[in-house]
Design a protein. Structure first.
Lengths: 610, 127
């Protein structure tokens, strides 16, 4: 019962092992994927941030490079103007005429190779324009007073080159001007100035997009924060801090602080929103001759940056997902394989169990058939002995002729022998098929010994066997020795041992003597049967208790084997030895004695029938 | 004293023949049958002191025969004479019998005539 229960628990466990395993694997995979995607998100976020920072740095760099480029271009233009101011014609006050025209045109082309200017002019000391090269089709302003222009006044005042603030021409185009004073090298007198005017849009367009607000574009401020260039036309010529611009940018403190930082001469960056689009702006002062004259900005909508970043991330993700997909496929394949393998093993185990069950059933059926056969054989063996025994018994009482009598005795004796042989063979069959069943009860073993000895004495005297004069002595040491044993089987053992002793006592010339002792010691009963015969032949000694070891004239050759099996079934043992003084042998057996004198419950004490 | 009348039923005719001789020698009147059905009809028209029945017989076994006998006579003394050792197949039949009967009333073949006589006398003298 206990075992069966244990088994069913085990079954229960193994039945659910598969489910538990699958749940565990699913959990582990979920956790791994969870961690993985979390890590992936974190990684993406940091990649995004990293890329954004890199983009900002790159944009700062390119803003600086652009500012330097513009600065050097402006210096170059200024140096050409310086060259003109120092030319011999202008030094000598020759501010117009053919020679000047030729020189100026050369220089105009030269400057236009550097950057787009739409006018190269000379003004005299009274601010009257004496000469003006313009792009073909443009209006020339010779002989016009240009003193109203701030840069003209400034040039005269500081007598140094001027990089002007933005101004609007009468044609409406917004420009900046670069001027260089013409000062007599010998007397230091102010002669006039040379200068260029350049449209800001044309000028800055050389360095980047100045038209479209939808993508990255350029913007520039002059020293007064006036916007020289902007895709939004209305901003051009307006100060950044003017109401118009401020309203349009939503009075953005971050943006305003950023503009102030750049205008103080440092590079900076900021993120702000303008017209519903988030933008990254980077600014750098344009230094000319070491002075910040203008301020350049690159503005990029962040969507554009992120679009770039997303491309990078997409590639990263693609790699990652390939990895995940590969991993998943591998795990799923593994699980499927394991399940399939498990099922295959299951099927194999089931098949083998079935086979075992089948062969077990076959064995059981075979065993049952065997037992049935033994029982039928027993019946069929005994049945014909009955009429032989009965007939010879009747005839023995009727026939007086001694020769006939002797013949009938032979028939009778052999019928008896056949009967014993049948019983013994059946007992051996039972022993070998482990179906020798004991019906245990409590009794005094001395009573049984006494009964068997008495019966045996009567039998040998009645049959007038050879050795029937043998003295059989039974001397119990204790009056009562209780055992829990099968009464009939124990009697059979004692009878067999006694019969065996008598056989081996037979050939001596003196009157034989068999002595039986019973003794209780340490909860064991020992019964010894000592004879004065020839002793046991050393040749058969080793196989004394096996079948047909000591075949005699009257015995079956199975008695000792059966006796040994019966004693062992009782939990005891049986042995034999030749007596030390050289006369005969002693056969002994022990079985456990029982402590109580009261009867045991039969059903409990008996070996169950098989 | 009149002779005791015995009904002997065994499918082996050698057994019935020899045992009839033996029991007649001991002073019994014996009717023996090898067919239980013949025995049953004889039982219905005769008086017996004892029935000795084999167990393993074709057509009708000893217990079935006993059941038929008991329908008419609840007091007839009975003993079984069998060569079977294993009576497991007849467990339910045996359970219907009294333990005393099982101990003394089931006699094992082969048995000497003398021992058979002793057993029969024991049964006849029991109340």
């Amino acid at each position: 019962m206990q075992l069966k229960k244990k088994g069913s628990y085990k079954n229960l466990f193994s039945e659910h092992a598969k489910e538990v395993g699958i749940i565990c694997i699913t959990l582990i995979i979920s956790v791994v994927y969870g961690l993985f995607f979390y890590q992936q998100n974190v990684t993406e976020e940091s990649i995004r941030n990293g890329l954004f920072v890199a983009q900002r740095e790159r944009q700062l760099g390119s803003t600086e490079a652009m500012a330097q480029h513009i600065g050097s271009d402006l210096s170059l233009v200024a140096s050409i103007l310086q060259g003109l101011a120092g030319s011999s014609y202008l030094q000598q006050g020759e501010l117009y005429g053919d020679r000047v025209d030729k020189l100026m045109k050369e220089r105009f082309d030269q400057i236009n190779n550097i950057t787009r200017v739409d006018g190269l002019f000379i003004a005299d000391k009274d601010d009257i324009m004496t000469y003006n090269v313009v792009t073909e089709g443009d209006r020339s302003f010779v002989n016009i007073d240009i003193s109203f222009r701030d840069y003209v006044q400034e040039t005269k005042k500081i007598l140094r080159p001027v990089f002007s603030e933005g101004f609007q021409g009468i044609d409406g185009i917004y420009r900046i001007a670069i001027t260089f004073p013409i000062i007599n090298r010998e007397n230091g007198q102010y002669i006039g100035m040379v200068g260029v005017q350049m449209p800001t849009i044309d000028f800055f367009a050389r360095y980047g997009n100045v038209y479209s607000i939808g993508s990255q574009y350029l913007s520039a401020l002059d020293r007064n924060a006036v916007q020289l260039i902007h895709p939004v036309k209305s901003f051009i010529g307006v100060s950044f801090f003017d109401n118009h611009t401020q309203e349009a940018t939503g009075h953005n403190t971050i943006l305003n602080n950023f503009i102030r930082t750049v205008m103080s001469g440092k590079s900076d960056s900021a993120i702000y929103e303008f017209r519903g689009v988030q933008r990254l702006t980077t600014g750098y002062p344009i230094f000319v001759e070491g002075k910040p004259e203008y301020f350049a900005f690159i503005i990029t909508p962040t969507t554009e940056i992120y679009a770039h970043i997303n491309d990078v991330l997409f590639n990263e993700r693609l790699k990652m997902f390939t990895l995940v997909a590969g991993f998943t496929v591998a795990v799923v394949t593994l699980i499927l394989f394991l399940i399939k393998w498990n099922n295959m093993l299951d099927r194999q185990v089931k098949r083998r169990t079935k086979e075992l069950e089948k062969s077990n059933e076959q064995l059981k059926a075979h065993d049952k058939m065997q037992k049935e056969f033994i029982n039928i054989a027993a019946h069929e063996l005994r049945t014909p002995i009955q009429p032989i025994l009965s007939s010879s018994e009747i005839l023995l009482s009727k026939i007086k002729d001694s020769r006939h009598h002797e013949l009938l005795n032979i028939v009778s004796r052999n019928a008896n022998r056949l009967r014993r042989l049948a019983e013994d063979i059946l007992d051996v069959s039972r022993i070998e098929s482990h179906s020798l069943s004991l019906h245990k009860e409590q009794f005094n073993i001395n009573d049984i010994i006494e009964d068997v000895v008495q019966g045996y004495r009567n039998q040998i005297q009645a049959q007038n066997k050879v050795g029937s004069d043998t003295e059989i002595l039974f001397t119990p040491k204790d009056d009562v020795i209780m055992v829990g044993a099968d009464r009939g089987r124990l009697a059979q053992v004692i009878f067999n041992l006694l019969d065996n002793s008598l056989k081996f006592t037979k050939p001596t010339k003196e009157k034989g003597k068999i002595q039986i002792l019973s003794e209780k010691k340490d909860s064991q009963v020992t019964v010894s049967i000592m004879d004065t015969g020839t002793g046991i032949d050393p040749e058969i000694f080793p196989k004394l208790f096996s079948r047909f070891a000591s075949k005699s004239f009257s015995g079956t050759g199975l008695g000792l084997f059966i006796s040994k099996s019966i004693i062992e079934e009782h939990g005891g043992k049986v042995w034999a030895q030749n007596n030390p003084n050289g006369g005969g042998a002693t056969f002994s057996f022990t079985i456990p004695s029982s402590q109580q004198h009261l009867g045991l419950d039969d059903s409990e004490g008996g070996y169950n029938e098989k | 004293m009149r002779n005791r009348r015995v009904l002997l039923v065994d499918d082996e005719s050698d057994v019935t023949t020899v045992l009839t001789f033996a029991l007649e020698d001991y002073g019994f009147e014996v009717d023996s049958y090898n067919n239980p059905l013949d025995a049953l009809s004889s039982f219905k028209s005769n008086y017996y002191d004892l029935a000795i029945l084999d167990i393993k017989m074709p057509k009708m076994n000893g217990f079935e025969l006993l059941r038929e006998i008991r329908k008419d006579d609840e007091n007839l003394k009975i003993c079984f004479l069998t060569a079977l050792t294993e009576l497991k197949d007849h467990k339910s039949d045996i359970n219907e019998l009294s333990p005393v009967f099982v101990k003394d009333g089931i006699i094992r073949k082969p048995i000497s005539n003398k021992d058979l006589l002793n057993s029969i006398n024991k049964i006849l003298s029991s109340s």
